[in-house]
Ligand binder design. Structure first.
Ligand SMILES: [Mn+2]
Length: 238
């Protein structure tokens, strides 16, 4: 069995190369794997499944093409937590809870976006809890698409000012929170994104933590083939 993992594409209208890179990955690789997992922050912002803009339309098309070639799983990140069941059914994707344990090559693997393990950033964790609460999300989704676009634009302006998508500004995971997550799930392998610090970490014993990379100067993908893990950076189209 072959499985592909990506995360942190942060797609928006300002970076067409990233969307083009995803389209090319789907065309060239989705039919060579059994499943594609997107572990959060597929987009820079998602204002709701009723988004009728060009980026949302391209994403629907691209993910639909992916789900025709392999099983497609989408997990929320801290940017696209408003992706809902309508988008999932439109594209043939299955929404995955964060975290989730899935079986791959007869091994149980813990999948997560990763931000929940950055426990040293108390302020971030407070905002995370708010944004992921049903009450807050229901309130936002009750406002008009125009109001949500305005809210997204103001949050995005703040994010650019704060350079929030840069690894230096994202706190890394707390090692103890990783060990607890592995203990709780009773697994030896976890895969996550968010921190923009791609790598394969040997945690001792048979424990491993694989961190996916963000799509910026290149795209990042992890391919698991019968237990072999290959984490690579590949060029994005011009
Ligand atoms: Mn993230």
């Amino acid at each position: 069995m072959s499985t592909l993992f990506i995360s942190d594409l942060h797609i928006d209208e300002t970076r067409p190369a990233v969307l083009a890179g995803l389209q090319r990955l789907v065309e060239t690789e989705a039919s060579t794997v059994d499943a594609l997992f997107i572990l959060g922050d597929l987009v820079e912002v998602w204002v709701g499944d009723d988004d009728d803009g060009p980026v949302a339309a391209s994403l629907r098309e691209t993910l639909t093409a992916a789900s025709r070639r392999c099983a497609l799983y989408v997990m929320h990140g801290n940017r696209d937590f408003l992706i809902g069941p309508t988008f999932a059914s439109d594209t043939g994707a299955t929404l995955l809870d964060d975290p989730s344990v899935v079986e791959i090559d007869n091994d149980r693997v813990l999948l997560a976006h990763g931000d929940a393990y950055c426990t040293r950033d108390a302020e971030y964790q407070r905002i995370r809890a708010l944004f992921r609460s049903t009450t807050w999300q229901t309130g936002v989704l009750a406002s008009s698409l125009e109001e949500r676009r305005a809210l997204a634009a103001s949050l995005r302006a703040k994010s650019i000012a704060a350079n929030e998508n840069k690894a230096a500004n994202i706190m890394d995971v707390t090692p103890s929170s990783i060990q607890s997550a592995l203990d709780d799930a009773d697994v030896s392998l976890m895969i996550h994104g968010h921190t923009h610090r791609p790598g394969i970490h040997d945690l001792g014993g048979d424990r491993r933590r694989i961190v996916l990379g963000d799509w910026d100067r290149c795209g990042w993908k992890l391919r698991l083939d019968q237990g072999d893990a290959e984490l690579t950076c590949f060029p994005l189209p011009d």
